[in-house]
Design a protein around this ligand. Sequence first.
Ligand code: NAP
Length: 327
Amino acid sequence: MFKAILIDKQDDGQRVGVETLDEDRLPEGDVTVRVACSTLNYKDALAITGKGPVVRRFPMVPGIDLAGTVEHSDSDEFRPGDAVLLNGWGVGETHWGGLAELARLEGRWLIPHPSDFNFQQSMAIGTAGYTAMLSVMMLERHGVTPEQGEVLVTGASGGVGSYAVALLARLGYEVAASTGRREEAGYLQALGAQTIIDREELSAPGRPLGKERWAGAIDSVGSHTLANVLATTRYGGTVAACGLAQGMDLPSSVAPFILRGVTLAGIESVMRPRADRVEAWRRLGELLTPEHLDAITQTITLDEVIEKADDLLAGRVRGRLVVDLAK
Ligand SMILES: NC(=O)c1ccc[n+]([C@@H]2O[C@H](COP(=O)([O-])OP(=O)(O)OC[C@H]3O[C@@H](n4cnc5c(N)ncnc54)[C@H](OP(=O)(O)O)[C@@H]3O)[C@@H](O)[C@H]2O)c1
């Protein structure tokens, strides 16, 4: 038997609770993992609250991230006792995920657990930190360097935003952090932000082009915010778009692209090839310190996850939530 969060569909909506399940109910897969830690991501909160169409199959165990130890393996790549990590691959959407004491998965979705981190730390990073790293790598690939000037991070006190600020600052970029929570200015400065911007400056409908300011940007917000970021990105700059916390729309024009040569680069973490994942986690190991992880993270139990999902979607969670399955 194992404990898990289970989402089930009812005639009048969905039902979610912490349940004790028989191992026979685990889905197909060649590797069974004893989950040590998972996390609560934005997507998990959408799945748990039913506020977004994340779950594709019911009943579903949510949790797009997990870290733990292999208990059983029919895969050539992993043996019992191996420490492993999973981010994405549709887990928690189409296949039972990490918010459970046990998970049965495809070995090809797993990577060896990064040796720079323990389970708590890798889940403190989770998909949010890994996506922030992919976004930073995208700016680097497009030639955005610290010498070029300010780089903007939106949704800065969220999970992706917090890591984007910390990683960019560590790499020597001058970071401007946009947040709706002025009270988190000290937190963002401690992570390395040099300038704090009120998100209202960016979230209302704006003009197709504005004064050039950003050498690059990482946007986890979308909608008018992304449109305004594009409109104020400097000639030849790059904006990495990875989220939709304000909205999925993009009420913009082609002006930033055809008049300033701005690049809008999409970030997708879920189906990313394994080599990119391993490289992103290598860079995370190089750049993040235990102090970053402690500053960004709070730890909760499986029983606390459901109530925290509402807080996360309401923007009341700072940084990241680690779910410790041993607690
Ligand atoms: N592309 C990918 O593969 C990928 C991977 C991971 C996450 N994501 C997406 O990235 C986004 C952020 O994820 P997360 O885990 O960092 O979530 P999160 O911790 O909830 O952070 C989102 C942040 O966005 C800001 N925000 C919230 N509502 C807003 C609004 N109405 N207008 C403007 N800003 C708002 C808030 O920051 P402030 O309070 O500081 O303003 C909030 O903390 C989500 O949309 C998620 O789905 C995408």
